[in-house]
Design a protein around this ligand. Structure first.
Ligand code: ZN
Ligand code: ZN
Length: 366
């Protein structure tokens, strides 16, 4: 879907919700709608998208050329460093009108910096969270988006394949992480989607641990969770390996998580609520007696961002639709001992789900 079609859909959704004005800051939503990538910095950049009429963009003067390259009929309100942004916000408000009305904003993205300038210029007392509306636009991926995510996954899988033979007991988590980052770029990553997690032993019992200078010991589980960005789209992949030989409990929790991952993927089909996938994966872990050791949701949508709707968690009743993409990543974490997580990326098809990740899931000893 090209940018004009995305704008048409945005305006339909705004009409449905009775919204007159949407304000976006640099990030995934602005990129999705305009193809423009700006850095979020101390100089505010705000796109103002009215339901009817010309959109406006308030930005530093040195960014004007970039904005003119976008396929959007912007009215630009530039400001220089010497002027500061206040008068540009007032000029935009004078042209767009709508003073005193609510403005929809990204609750997760807009800072006090931008909101205070907007609220003053538009005399607007009420920010309305725009995420639900934006999620409806972005949750179902088009073919070109799915293709980009496939490329990001292919790069990550190639990097993992390249990196594994380098890893051995005694290597520190940090050294292993450094080598994994190199492998990602060698495999074609444009950037990392997030800071990679390579953790072993007791550190692997923390779902979002940070790699340390601790050497990874024999018999320990090693969780590797990382993602790359290709053409703006991300991948997110977790595999768990054992350094040397696993003890019986290690081997057992690995198999339980592998079954839970398979049950979650098998549950995916159009029409069911997102939370049903969580239930399917969680049931396997609970039946094995490890329910208390699976403290997080089963998965999250991904696309331009690593975490985006829908969320596979009790309470998210979003009906799955073909083209939605999310992770399935159950885990078991035993405090002081270690953890297992197996994460795949699944796309909803017309009849079920297809795993876009293909990296083997059998327990592998390093
Ligand atoms: Zn992950
Ligand atoms: Zn994830």
């Amino acid at each position: 879907m090209g940018h004009p079609a995305r704008w048409d859909r945005l305006r339909e959704e705004m009409a449905r919700e009775g919204l007159e004005l949407l304000a976006l800051v640099p990030g995934a939503n602005l990129f999705y709608l305009t193809g423009l990538h700006f850095h979020r910095m101390e100089r505010p950049i705000v796109a103002l998208l009215p339901r009817e009429g010309e959109p406006a963009l308030i930005l530093p003067a040195f960014e004007v050329e970039k904005a003119q390259g976008a396929p959007i009929p912007w009215r630009l309100f530039p400001y220089t460093d010497a002027e500061g942004p206040t008068s540009a916000f007032h000029a935009a408000a004078a042209v767009l009108g709508g003073r005193g009305r609510p403005i929809a904003v990204e609750a997760l993205g807009m800072r006090v910096l931008e909101w205070s300038l907007l609220a003053q210029a538009f005399e607007s007392p009420t920010p309305i969270p725009a995420e639900p509306l934006l999620a409806r636009l972005r949750m179902v991926k088009g073919p070109e988006e799915i293709a980009a995510i496939r490329r990001a996954i292919a790069a990550a899988e190639a990097a993992l394949q390249q990196w594994l033979p380098e890893v051995r007991p005694g290597m520190t988590e940090r050294e292993a992480t450094r080598r994994l980052i190199q492998a990602c770029f060698a495999a074609g990553a444009d950037a990392l989607a997030f800071e990679p997690i390579v953790v072993a032993g007791p550190n692997a019992a923390l779902p979002h641990a940070t790699p340390s200078d601790r050497p990874m010991g024999p018999g320990e589980l090693m969780i590797v969770d990382f993602g790359v960005i290709v053409e703006g789209y991300v991948s997110d992949l977790t595999r768990t390996f054992v350094l040397g030989e696993p003890d019986p409990e290690t081997a057992r929790i690995y198999e339980v998580v592998r079954e839970a991952n398979a049950a979650g993927r098998a549950a995916v089909r159009p029409g069911i609520p997102a939370e049903a996938v969580d239930r399917a994966a969680r049931a396997v872990i609970e039946a094995a007696g490890y329910g208390a050791y699976f403290p997080h949701r089963t998965g999250h949508g991904l696309g331009l961002e690593v975490h985006e709707p829908p969320y596979l968690v009790a309470g998210d009743a979003t009906p799955l639709q073909p083209g939605m993409i999310f992770t399935v990543e159950p885990g078991i974490y035993l405090p002081g001992k270690g953890g297992v997580r197996i994460e795949d990326v699944v796309v909803v098809t017309e009849t079920g789900g297809e795993s876009l990740t293909a990296f083997p899931r059998e327990l592998r000893s390093l």
